[in-house]
Ligand binder design. Structure first.
Ligand code: FAD
Ligand code: FES
Length: 232
């Protein structure tokens, strides 16, 4: 893990999302599923972002501008710099026989890098609208479903599933594929285990999702979110 001020190369629209290209500097891209803490220009608090692509000399992130931090990241101008810390957390385990990527919405963000590492396996991606589904073009061999069809309605069995997406989708995937590797989210202030802001309960113990995760297998962990006052 390293911290460095990286230069913005470009911010490109992909449907309602933005593809933020940063000069890589000396940072290691890490494993697919790991994340970085990005400090938007002019903001003190960093935001966690999965690495989307790692072309030579670049780190690329797919951003859903849902609030003020992500909007500031998406609107960063070429030539500006932002502080980036990472890679953080664990990554997906890539030693599987028959991979299938299953994602929803902005959950596709780590899949381009993951797909490349796995040799471009099939992917099943769900989106709210055709406009959101523009992000599927970043993932090779993707089959797209749109609401009201859910990825779990059409998910085949007997695959080694890698999943990322909204929490209800992760629970539904885990019911269909108990061995699936699931990328979970929690609000994160530090990203490296110092603040307990991301605490979840795993097997009756308080664990930090930024350190123990964000990738967890449900069958092994049976985790649940901790209410904010318990996590303080
Ligand atoms: C490990 C990890 C990887 C992530 N990767 C990506 C990515 O690649 N691309 C991307 O666009 N987003 C990603 N996110 C989510 C992103 O970090 C949050 O959307 C962002 O921090 C929100 O900040 P904001 O200031 O824009 O919004 P805020 O104004 O802080 O919040 C906007 C809304 O999002 C909710 N929210 C904020 N943070 C989270 C969170 N971590 N989990 C669930 N809900 C949240 C808030 O409750 C609120 O409803 C990731 C999160 C984690 C934990
Ligand atoms: S985000 Fe600070 S401990 Fe996980």
């Amino acid at each position: 893990m390293q911290r460095e001020a990286l230069r913005v190369l470009a911010s490109e629209p992909v449907g309602p999302y933005r593809l933020l290209r940063l000069a890589r500097g000396r940072l290691d891209p890490g494993m697919p599923g790991q994340f970085f803490m990005l400090s938007p220009p002019g903001h003190l608090l960093p935001r966690p972002m999965s690495l989307c692509l790692a072309p030579p000399r670049e780190l690329v992130f797919l951003i859903d501008p849902v609030g003020k931090g992500t909007r500031a990241l998406a609107e960063a101008e070429p030539g500006e710099t932002m502080t980036v810390l990472g890679p953080l957390g664990n990554g997906y385990c890539l030693r599987v026989e028959k991979p299938l990527l299953v994602g929803g919405g902005i959950g596709v963000a780590p899949f381009p890098y993951l797909s490349h590492a796995l040799g471009e396996p099939p992917a099943l991606l769900g989106f709210r609208t055709a406009h959101h589904a523009a992000a599927a073009a970043l993932v090779p061999n993707a089959e797209v479903v749109l609401d009201p069809t859910l990825v779990t309605d059409v998910m085949p069995s007997d695959y080694d599933v890698f999943a990322c997406g909204p929490e209800p989708m992760l629970w539904a995937v885990a019911r269909r594929a108990p061995d699936a590797q699931l990328a979970w989210e929690a609000p994160m202030a530090c990203g490296f285990g110092a603040c307990y802001g991301c605490a979840v309960e795993i097997g009756g113990e308080l664990r930090r999702l930024c350190v123990e995760g964000p990738i967890l297998e449900l069958k092994a962990s049976r985790w649940r979110k901790v209410r904010r006052r318990e996590a303080a």
